[in-house]
Write a protein that binds this ligand. Sequence first.
Ligand code: HEC
Length: 277
Amino acid sequence: MKLAWFSQLLRLTLCSGVAMLAAPVLAAELVVAVGSEEPERYSSEALLARADVVQVQLPGDPAYAQPRSYQAVPLAALLAGVPSDATVQVTALDGFVAELPAEPLLQSHAAGARAMLAIENPDQPWPALGPERGSAGPFYVVWVQPEAGDIRPEQWPYQVAEIRVTSSLAERFPAMLPHQNANELVQTGWQQFQTHCVVCHTVNGQGSARKGPDLNLPHNPTEYFAAGFLKQYIRNPASLSRWPQRQMPAFPPSVLSDHELEALLAYLAHMAERKIP
Ligand code: HEC
């Protein structure tokens, strides 16, 4: 794997993963390892003292669903030297893994969508995301002008525990791929799956997320959902079944168009024929 060495390129780890739920918030540590050189380590305080820290105002913040303001550094500054065709894996404390193409994260154009790493100040902790939940800290990937880059809610990972640069998902997990001769709808569905679903689900046991069930093994939901209900489930899981710990988010047409949903179902149905025991 030609980009294997990148897996160690940049890592962000925490002094203490359990700090999240406990008050007071403990300082977290950022470890940035580039190539084979010694990793650099920064504490939250050191990051907050950087010359490139800015205060960002976000009119729409998906984690808190209200306007918020953060102290943040440009993610591009922390990813210096990363090639634009790499994949940046952002792992949260709860196992959510966002697979982000490096290119948009590296943009620093003033008019474009810009990714920033928001840093929770241990002296001024952020509010909890909900009852019995921690805050979005210690680190949260946020976007300035997200509308300029078609940035989706899944591209805003919070409670970030680790950032690592790696090769593409397709290279790492070939058993998630549709057949190369599969039609365009299926290929579009695979793109949609990578944007929206791979953060929580595996297919054929492949992928890094461990939050939701595998969507092919032992059975594919296109096999056991009665007609129409799978679409309804993806649009609004709570409209089919509810319980307090339910985690799967709804995907309304503003996030996933009818055509994209159609394509996603075509990809899932296609994968039902490509089970890898
Ligand atoms: C934030 C994590 C998350 C995301 C994103 C997510 N899911 Fe889920 N999904 C879950 C979890 C967790 C469950 C198990 C039920 C629950 O807790 O809500 C689930 C359940 C499901 C089920 C039902 C499986 C069953 O046997 O009952 C299907 C189908 C499904 N997801 C498809 C998708 C698709 C397709 C996408 C992308 C459009 C997606 N999910 C995105 C977390 C997620």
